[in-house]
Write a protein that binds this ligand. Structure first.
Ligand code: BGC
Length: 750
């Protein structure tokens, strides 16, 4: 039964229950009965215990404070619980010595793989491949499950439009629709079609609710201002999609939204998430995001924190201790309604029951021998291949390697710990296959390697001369440059987003020596590459590609597979253009993309008073949705089933995609709309559909998109859906800057 059918079946079978999300595989009544049975045995202290998550430590041992908390019923969840052995000990203490024998839900950041590391999420988003993203999450979840983990803090579905922000690496990019589609695929990958006790399934967590990616000036943990209108149209849709995919938990964000911290935000946590969306899983805070409200100047002290978060129905506190210290007294004084606690505990128990935690007897012995198996690595390789985006190619790729020597240069050619990227806590570094390993294995002595710089951040240029000399007999040099893993991720924002250290000098030196340069960039964010773009013959963007980055790059560089990634985020020319994203609002004085006022040092030309910069084009370096390949595709003129529709009707748009080149490849057909006139200004373009099509040379396939109320409506500032009649421009193409369009008219909406 597919998800839609299940939903329909659930509607028919269980009319009395909250059905907006589908948490449970067992019938809801069974789950609710079990939840109530457990709940009824709990004292107030034990209930509050369920609402507390503490952090343990790595290793086989369980610290005494964790043991004490379990025995005294003061904890409902542990994060970072240690090795499988430690987790087994923990669950054993629960089963034998805790007051109510309620299993702990063991959480961990399993973000883009557990031991088999997949590309960073931003790289996965570049695949535009829902199926691969789902499989990646599924494998990550299975590997984690076998080591006793039953809850991951993923997917992160924060819309990210500022490449300075380090956590853009962990996001699915700038676009609400792409993020919603791929975020939902991750939820299904971790949980299955609904939260269930099935082997290998773990609970997912939609985070960070909400607006974390909109952090002011790209600094982490900064203030966030989002107009309500944008909240509804840009930031909330991916979370709604995760909810519709059945996500079991939500995590609040560190930031405030318009002056109210996410962890005390009654509007978002109560009105939107509970009242409107009917979410009945549980909400966890972020790491000390509750106690941090004191530093943010929102709470006077921990007592206030507990009161404010409880008043927003925040169910579980991560790491800080306000609930532990004050919730009981707040309930007893009547400041917090006992119903808040009851609801929270039931929300938490509901997830535990649905996950089958009460039926599991975890012995700490991994059952799945598949951790880091060939099959898992093969999937990681597939995903790494599809994440690669070819940004530039002056006939340098694919590289046909005969008997000649090939140069490999750069600090990231053989840097396994960098290759796995941010948030890969459990990566097994000696299993990582680097480009240097892989090329040497394939081509032996033909490979001439020189690192060029000690590491990607090094400013020391003393190895550059020798590196160029080492390449004396070499014509083609593949340069592996970019960012170390630590330059992105939490708390790792950058104000300059070019190649760090002396990497630009290294590339310049090789270019001056007349080498053909294939630049492979590994990075956790879009980098500004203008300084080197004209010095190199090809640029392949590899993000941080994970365990199998080397073999993936070998296959694509040598042409065994054509690159098919498309950018999930706009690449600026310079950091001064940030934020730059394709779906911005049109100006009343639109800029002429060709117009450039004063390239540095020249007199000011009359530029007109338009929405431009004087010193850089308004266009990005590379547009959202862009990516080259080795073959060529044609997309036929879109065929519309009709050009006028009324409310409730749908139009289909059909195109034929043909591989007109000589190599196999994949094209991502993208559908965008623009609402021409509306009661709120609408974006210049909005992605509303995409399909990745795999074609042999000469082969063609039809792609059909539907356009109806879902695509044409939007939200007003109060979250009401508006479907307004008028003209819409419908665009189809293979990048947000390479589209053809047709106007359709929505005639009647009554
Ligand atoms: C991060 C979360 C993460 C949590 C638990 C926090 O610092 O913001 O995304 O899930 O830690 O490790």
């Amino acid at each position: 039964m597919n998800r839609v059918n299940k939903y329909v079946a659930a509607l028919v079978l269980l009319p009395v229950l909250a059905l907006n999300n589908m948490l449970f595989a067992q019938s809801n009544t069974e789950v609710e009965n079990k939840v109530n049975e457990i709940f009824n045995q709990l004292t107030l202290e034990e209930k509050i215990g369920q609402m507390i998550q503490i952090a343990s430590t790595n290793g086989d041992e369980v610290p005494q404070y964790v043991i004490d908390a379990i025995k005294e019923g003061r904890v409902g969840s542990i994060l970072n619980a240690g090795t499988p052995k430690a987790i087994a000990k923990i669950q054993k203490i629960v089963a034998k010595e805790s007051p109510n024998k309620i299993p702990l839900i063991i959480g961990r950041d399993v973000i883009h793989g557990y031991k088999t590391i997949f590309p960073i999420p931003l790289g996965q988003a570049a695949s535009w491949n829902r199926g691969l993203v789902e499989t990646g999450a599924n494998i990550a979840g299975k590997e984690a499950y076998d080591e006793g983990i039953n809850w991951t803090f993923a997917p992160m579905i924060d819309i990210s439009r500022d490449p300075r922000w380090g956590r853009i690496a962990e996001s699915l990019g700038e676009d609400p629709y792409l993020t919603a589609e791929l975020g939902a695929a991750m939820v299904v990958g971790f949980q299955g079609n609904e939260l269930s006790a099935e082997e290998g399934r773990i609970a997912a967590c939609a985070k960070h609710f909400i607006g974390y990616g909109a952090t002011e000036n790209g600094k982490d943990y900064n203030a966030v201002s989002i107009p309500d209108y944008q909240l509804w149209n840009t930031y909330l849709p991916p979370f709604k999609a995760a909810l519709d995919a059945g996500v079991g938990t939500f995590m609040t964000a560190f930031n405030d939204i318009n002056g109210v911290p996410a962890s005390a935000n009654q509007f978002l946590l109560k009105e939107v998430l509970r009242d409107q969306w009917k979410f009945d899983g549980f909400v966890v805070s972020d790491w000390e995001s509750m106690s941090q409200m004191i530093k943010q100047g929102y709470s006077e002290n921990l007592r206030d924190v507990a009161l404010q978060s409880a008043s927003a129905q925040l169910d579980m506190e991560m790491v800080s201790s306000s609930y532990q210290a004050h919730l009981k007294e707040l309930v007893e004084s009547g400041e917090v309604d006992i119903e808040m606690v009851n609801t929270a505990v039931k929300n938490i128990l509901r997830v535990k029951v649905a996950l089958g935690l009460f039926d599991k007897d975890y012995k700490g012995v991994p059952k799945n021998t598949e951790i880091l198996s060939d099959a898992h690595k093969e999937e990681a390789k597939k995903m790494a291949i599809e994440s690669l985006v070819l940004l530039k190619n002056d006939n340098a790729l694919p590289l046909a390697i005969g008997k000649e020597k090939i140069g490999i240069v750069g600090p990231l050619a053989d840097a396994p710990a960098e290759q796995v990227g941010t948030w890969s806590l459990d990566a097994v570094i000696d299993q990582v296959e680097t480009p240097l390993n892989t090329f040497q294995e394939a081509y032996g002595d033909q490979i001439v390697f020189a690192k060029g710089l000690e590491n990607a951040r090094s400013n020391k240029t003393d190895q550059i001369k020798a590196t160029v000399e080492a390449m004396n007999e070499v014509k083609d040099v593949i340069v592996f440059a970019g960012e170390d893993a630590i330059l992105s991720g939490e708390g790792h924002s950058r104000a300059f987003i070019n190649l760090p250290g002396a990497q630009e000098e290294l590339i310049n030196a090789l270019a001056d020596a007349g080498k053909n340069i294939i630049l492979v960039v590994q990075a956790g964010r879009p980098l500004t590459l203008e300084a080197v773009e004209n010095k190199v013959n090809a640029i392949l963007y590899a993000w941080h590609p994970g365990t199998m980055g080397g073999p993936a790059l070998l296959d694509v560089i040598t042409g065994k597979v054509s690159p098919s990634g498309k950018l999930p985020v706009t690449f600026p020319r310079t950091v001064g253009q940030v934020p730059i994203y394709y779906s911005s609002i049109e100006s009343g004085r639109p800029a002429n993309p060709q117009m450039l006022g004063i390239p540095t040092g020249t007199p000011l030309d009359p530029v007109g008073l338009t929405n431009n910069y004087l010193d850089v084009s308004v266009t990005p370096a590379y547009a959202f949705g862009y990516g080259l390949t080795y073959t060529s595709f044609s997309i036929s003129k879109p065929k519309f089933s009709k050009l006028e529709l009324t409310k409730g009707e749908k139009i289909t748009v059909e195109v034929e995609v043909k591989n007109t080149g000589k190599k196999e490849g994949a094209e991502v057909v993208q559908l965008y709309i623009r609402d021409k006139v509306a009661s709120y200004m609408r974006p210049k373009l909005e992605l509303k559909g995409f399909e990745k099509v795999y074609l042999a040379p000469g082969e063609s396939k039809k792609v059909t998109f539907e356009i109806g109320p879902d695509q044409l409506s939007f939200f007003d500032k109060n979250g009401n859906v508006l479907l307004e009649k008028g003209k819409f421009e419908i665009f189809v193409g293979n990048a947000s800057d390479n589209l053809v369009s047709e106007i359709i008219t929505l005639k009647e909406v009554k």
